[in-house]
Design a protein around this ligand. Structure first.
Ligand code: CA
Length: 233
């Protein structure tokens, strides 16, 4: 079974906090709460949450500062600011500190739940794009953990192999030359003529892992005279 999505509520007004908790539990989320700024920051930085609902006017430490501190440690943490402060300036300040969304009080529960779902959906897509490369129906590469699978077969990769794949995927609309790979992935300022073999060796290793027939690749293809191209379909 998939684990439950965890949401942290940082809100000092007990009635709102309790109401939010009830709503989120009802929708199947797991909930943790903090009733003031310092406790909220502590939980946000030490716990693992899929989303943080963050009030702005809080005792001890305001929501802007908490958002700022969370962002300095974790750029990707989804945060929705929740507040009675709904002037343009407040909203702009919240969003520019990196909140993913901003909901004014009083809010409708239906709207809140939809916004939460939208932020979670975007976050999940972001994680998938950053951490996974999919090729065809049966190949998946987890670029963060340097592993993957082809059909039922488990694969492991070196950091450099994954970097080659990531660069090719980021430029998958065109072939990428060996010189460009050497420059962008290996960081060589200039191809001295001997290193292109390094690229070929990495490509050959990747093909042995990713292709069902490495001699006739379907995904990591050679474009004659131009370089390599990653076909993700
Ligand atoms: Ca408050």
């Amino acid at each position: 079974m998939e684990r439950k999505i965890r949401i942290l509520i940082v809100e000092d007004e007990a009635a709102i906090r309790t109401g939010l908790t009830d709503v989120l539990l009802y929708h199947g989320y797991e909930v943790d709460e903090a009733a003031d700024g310092p406790a909220g920051l502590e939980k946000a930085l030490t716990g693992t949450f899929d989303l943080i609902l963050l009030d702005i006017m809080l005792p001890g430490l305001d929501g802007y500062e908490i958002c700022n501190r969370i962002r300095s440690q974790d750029r990707e943490q989804p945060i929705i600011m929740l507040t009675a402060k709904t002037s343009d300036d407040d909203i702009i300040q919240g969003l520019s500190l990196g909140a993913d969304d901003y909901i004014g009080k009083p809010f409708s529960v239906a709207q809140l739940v939809l916004r939460i779902q939208a932020v979670l959906r975007r976050a999940r897509i972001g994680v998938d794009i950053r951490n996974h490369i999919r090729l065809g129906d049966d190949i998946e590469v987890d670029t963060r953990n340097l592993c993957g699978r082809r059909g039922g077969e488990r694969l492991s990769f070196t950091r450099r192999e994954v970097e080659v794949l990531q660069y090719l995927r980021a430029n998958s609309e065109r072939p990428v030359s060996r010189d460009e790979l050497l420059s962008k992935v290996w960081g060589y300022a200039r191809n001295l003529g001997i290193e292109t073999r390094t690229v070929d060796i990495h490509v050959a290793k990747l093909r042995r892992k990713l292709e069902s027939d490495p001699a006739a690749p379907r995904h990591l293809v050679t474009v004659r005279g131009a370089g390599y191209r990653l076909l993700t379909d």
